[in-house]
Design a protein around this ligand. Sequence first.
Ligand SMILES: Cc1ncc(COP(=O)(O)O)c(C=O)c1O
Length: 459
Amino acid sequence: MRAVVAGRARLEELHARELERFAREHPRSRELARRARDHLLAGVPMHWMAKWPGGFPLFVAEARGARFTDVDGREYVDLCLGDTGAMSGHGPEPTLRAIVEQARKGITTMLPGEDALWCAAELARRFRLPVWQFALTATDANRFALRLARHVTGRAKVLVFDWCYHGTVDETFATLVDGRVESRRGNLGPPVHPSETTRVVEFNDVDGLQCELAQGDVALVLTEPALTNVGIVHPEPGFHDALRELTRRHGTLLAIDETHTICCGPGGYTGAHGLVPDLVTIGKPIAGGVPAAAYGFSAELAERVAGSIELEDVDVGGVGGTLAANALSLAAMRATLAEVLTEEAFARMIPLAQRFCAGVEAAIAEAGAPWHVTRLGCRAEYLFGPTRPRSGAEAHATGDFELERYLHLHALNRGVLLTPFHNMALMSPATTAEDVDRHTAAFREAVLELAAEGVLALP
Ligand SMILES: Cc1ncc(COP(=O)(O)O)c(C=O)c1O
């Protein structure tokens, strides 16, 4: 135990060293962060940005491809890629061209254009669901899917897996505490206690799923096909078959959220593994960073939904939005799907994630750290535990906020940006082997130092 306490104290010293370097090397970002406090809540335009390591966020001058430059003129390899919003790489040429052309021809009219037809047909081809609608964010796509599921089933509840994340959807901020559904830590102003709206099961727990669905009040299971927001949690063999079979047996709809798992290939995990959900939701990178999202329906569900909405009420039913399906989003989506996030692009991106894993794994082994690295398509992640977690709770238990912040700041000071929410690295079509190797070198340096300094001592 004494070794662990000493290790933590040393981690704090190492962190202080990195904080000092960060402040010294970023005078302009530091000054902008100081001024930002005048009129921005917590000094940031969106409060999550307060979570970046370093004490203040980097201010970006320009982002292109897989790199960005800050206002102090320093260039970074971007493995965060806007937490998947920029998985296309920053400003891919075809998307930029489409944006400029479409902006000249009209940004939003609340009338359809031909791009909507192309995008829906392309999403249908990729995800094998025939009918689509558009939204602006993945959060909204999930909210609309949930609302429509409640509407057509006449049931009140959603079932999610413990430690899921599906955007700021009220009903999903629920977690299991000693088997009870409780509000997730940090849940701000919940409208009602989440146990009123939500059933929660551990990922990969087929018996738990059966038990909760048998209550007969679940409209929708909303899940990522593999959890990505608490570290990566892979489905066990047979889990998706059981999930599909049980939802059908109990009259519950199944929505697969592909917002992050589009990293698995052009049709996400659903396309790569032949899943057959009732709904697919997706957002973030599909329009190259321009706000856009989509949700797709099976033919049967599309018919049920279309047949159950009165024309007079379509604009006040709680589904849709003024700017949803705007011309700019759809032009950007068409170009991104047609020319950027293509089969060929994934064939380059996925081996880069394999390269990332090989480098990180070798460093972990060299340092003797009790950690592991895992991969889902072109997404890679290291976790502070020796083996793959089976559930969100197991993955969450390996979390170590201080260690994570230290490693992220250490990487940032050496020119590499990781996502601030976990240890995730994402490859874009513009990412290179050299970019990956820059991270490997920084990670190796950090983990060997942590081992030498006794920070990795186990309790
Ligand atoms: C799986 C998943 N779904 C939905 C969302 C929500 O995306 P947005 O914040 O763009 O609405 C996220 C965000 O991280 C996500 O990870």
